[in-house]
Design a protein around this ligand. Structure first.
Ligand SMILES: C[C@H](N)C(=O)N[C@@H](CCCCN)C(=O)O
Length: 525
């Protein structure tokens, strides 16, 4: 009789790709919620109602009412006695507007009205950075990695999905509640509570992120690892793209910024359930791996010891990847939080389309990240891919900073280039970590990288929000905001790009000396 050879569940193609799809779906829901507020920056930073017209322009309700009344008075028309309540879908209004430097009478039809929250750019920056506050200041990501290596994938994943969901609910509650003028720590209560929710969500999202990374390495090591990591990132980007592309329309349709967050919370609930399904597969994989070890007479896998962290801390290659991650992601994720408003004010894109241009970035990466991942699996050249991506990031931000080519199509082209950069670096960087750090310490290694990266994700939006308020906001003599000059904020993003280039070059040199294998293919022939 033929002897049955024991196999691990992960040796089955179907099983490992199914596991990948399930956990990637959970992550995708998390990414949707991470960026769901980005296209709402203009709405959040406008006080009172915002009126959207059928020609895709928008204006604050107060400013519209005074323009309509001024027009009626100037033309001896009977006063329309317009109030905010009367501004509703379908209403037609006439007033004077400056078009190409000339005052013209315009007639517009309202398509929707949504409530602005009146936040300052500083408050928006504080809220956007909140994603990383608990991770960074309470060292939760660091502990998250240790919990992952000590308590295992199932416990950590369920815990972190729970945090994501709880944080999303708090954020939704804050945005759907009117706190009046209640202030806390010099900021509106709504901002503080929404930031708290986002911080709890961010802790959950990041710990889920390292858990999912470890899951993928567990199922794909020695197989299609970079492709699998690339596909996970690609699915995550679908979440980001839907958030950037659809969030404003949902807020406009429902009349309130809280609804996109509510949809995100519902999606997360489904993502949580899908992670529970994965846990069943994970248990089976562990049982089959144990059976293989027993059959081969191998001893129990050695557990994680705190002393193992020394190996991580002493690796130069590890630190270079970590710093590259900090600089590269500081130039991308925080940029996305401000990109929609950049499109409105620098490239004159109507607000209803403005979110579509940043949404091109994740859309491009959906295809390209797995393509570059697969290239790395088969051909190698990981360090080189990271250098090219970092150079592209720098060029993109320099182009955004320069006061030239302020055309929407130019913004589209530059955003596509950023999409390529944002595919190159992640598809090469994440699969490079297991080449430097062994599996046993991988949870902690990813956690430390994410921890340092989160310092950027937490601080950069705060910095940029403050810079926009104090150095980029243009005002008329009465103090009213007339526009924004994005040169300084975008120069800051370009500096992160330059740092990423220098670090990726150093990584390439270190790889040549220490032979991590970053330039070699991942797949064993
Ligand atoms: C924000 C998060 N910490 C992050 O870095 N996400 C990466 C993907 C990480 C995948 C690691 N296996 C991203 O590019 O979105």
């Amino acid at each position: 009789m033929k002897e049955q050879i024991q196999q691990k569940l992960s040796d089955s193609r179907v099983a490992r790709w199914t596991a990948l799809m399930i956990v990637s779906f959970t992550m995708m829901c998390g990414y949707f919620l991470t960026d769901v507020m980005s296209p709402l920056e203009n709405l959040l930073t406008t006080k009172g109602k915002v009126v959207y017209f059928t020609d895709d322009t928008s204006i604050s309700a107060d400013s519209l009412i005074s323009k309509v009344e001024l027009f009626a008075a100037a033309n001896a028309l009977s006063s329309p006695e317009l109030t905010v309540e009367k501004l509703e879908e379908g209403a037609e209004l006439q007033y004077m507007e400056t078009v190409d430097g000339q005052q013209q009478t315009v007639q517009k039809t309202i398509s929707s009205v949504a409530s602005g929250e009146g936040w300052s750019s500083t408050e928006y920056g504080f809220f956007s950075g909140a994603y990383g506050y608990i991770n960074v200041f309470l060292l939760m990501l660091f502990f998250g990695g240790i919990i992952l290596d000590k308590m295992g994938i199932r416990f950590t994943g369920i815990m972190s999905c729970g945090f994501m969901f709880a944080g999303a609910l708090i954020k939704w509650y804050a945005l759907s509640t009117d706190f009046g003028d209640t202030m806390l720590f010099g900021m509106n209560m709504q901002v503080i509570l929404a930031a708290l929710g986002f911080a709890i969500f961010g802790m959950g999202a990041e710990i889920t992120g390292i858990t999912v990374s470890k899951i993928i390495v567990k199922w794909f090591a020695g197989k299609e690892l970079a492709l699998a990591l690339g596909l996970q990132v690609a699915m995550a980007r679908i979440g980001t793209a839907i958030a950037l592309g659809a969030s404003l329309s949902v807020a406009r349709m429902m009349g309130n910024v809280s609804y996109p967050v509510l949809f995100g919370a519902i999606a997360l609930c489904i993502g949580f359930v899908s992670f529970l399904v994965y846990c069943v597969m994970d248990k089976k994989e562990d049982a089959s791996a144990l059976a293989v070890r027993q059959e081969e007479g191998q001893s129990e896998e050695e557990g994680f010891r705190l002393a193992d962290l020394k190996l991580i801390f002493c690796s130069k290659g590890f630190w270079l990847i970590t710093l590259l991650c900090l600089m590269f992601y500081a130039g991308v994720f925080p940029f996305l939080k401000f990109a929609t408003k950049l499109m409105i004010y620098k490239y004159d894109v109507p607000e209803s389309f403005a979110g579509m241009i940043p949404a091109l970035l994740p859309f491009g990466t959906i295809l390209l990240t797995p393509v570059f991942g697969s290239l790395y699996d088969r051909i190698g050249r990981g360090a080189t891919l990271m250098i090219i991506g970092s150079v592209m990031l720098t060029v993109v931000h320099v182009l955004f900073a320069l006061p030239l080519m302020n055309y929407w199509w130019f913004a589209v082209v530059v955003m596509i280039v950023l999409g390529i950069a944002f595919s190159l670096v992640p598809s090469a960087m994440w699969p490079s970590v297991p080449k430097i750090i062994p599996m046993k310490q991988l949870g902690s290694a990813y956690a430390i990288i994410f921890y340092i990266q989160n310092i950027g994700l937490a601080m950069v939006p705060v910095l940029i929000g403050w810079v926009i308020d104090d150095f980029a906001t243009l005002r008329d003599t009465s103090g009213a905001i007339t526009g924004y000059n994005y040169s300084i904020p975008m120069t800051i993003f370009a500096v992160f790009g330059v740092c990423a280039v220098v670090i990726s070059l150093m990584l390439r040199v270190d790889d040549a000396k220490k032979h991590y294998g970053l330039e070699e293919a991942n797949m064993k022939k």
